[in-house]
Design a protein around this ligand. Structure first.
Ligand SMILES: [Zn+2]
Length: 183
């Protein structure tokens, strides 16, 4: 269990911290949960790269979790899209990575999900499935401008401390934040 602490730190560093400072400097500070590496709109397309049909299914579950959340999101899967989603057994200690590129309105991103660490830290196929779905949906949350570990006592899909077996979809707090950010 204590292995989770450094992993969360690593994920935080690689996920979100790089892009925030420059954008917010000199402007009114955004709410603590805002992540400036997200997409300019709630509607965007993503291509899947180098993954089998099972992983395409995981990705589809993740985007459907957002598309059916009632937050105005419309995440499509499209082979000509620039943003990409992939998965592999990476050496890194993280479960998932979201790396933005370019600036709005031409923002793109690359999501990677680490089958190795999720496999290592789960005890059954059922638990593995849940953790993968939780990770995929979490990473897409960054595409919707949600930051890691929002400063709230409310439960959130974006918290690294969430229970990945039970929290796989956006929670009430996450939904209200996406609506607030994109109004
Ligand atoms: Zn994250």
């Amino acid at each position: 269990m204590n292995r989770r602490y450094p992993r969360a730190l690593l994920t935080l560093t690689s996920c979100a911290s790089l892009a925030i400072v420059g954008t917010l400097a000199g402007s009114t500070p955004a709410h603590a949960t805002y992540y400036s590496g997200g997409m300019p709109k709630r509607s965007f397309s993503v291509k899947t790269v180098g993954i089998n049909s099972q992983w395409v299914k995981y990705f589809d579950t993740g985007r459907k979790n957002w598309n059916t959340a009632g937050v105005g999101a419309n995440i499509k899967r499209k082979s000509s899209a620039k943003p990409s989603f992939t998965a592999n057994r990476y050496n890194g200690s993280w479960y998932g990575l979201y790396a933005p590129s370019g600036s709005r309105p031409n923002r793109s991103f690359k999501i990677q999900v680490n089958a190795r660490t999720i496999d290592r830290d789960t005890d059954s196929i059922s638990q593995y499935d849940k953790w993968v779905r939780s990770t995929v949906t979490h990473e897409l949350g960054h595409g919707l401008s949600l930051d890691d570990n929002p400063n709230t006592s409310k439960a959130s899909l974006m918290k690294h401390s969430r229970n990945r077996s039970t929290v796989q979809k956006p929670l009430a707090y996450d939904k209200s934040e996406v609506k607030r950010i994109y109004t």
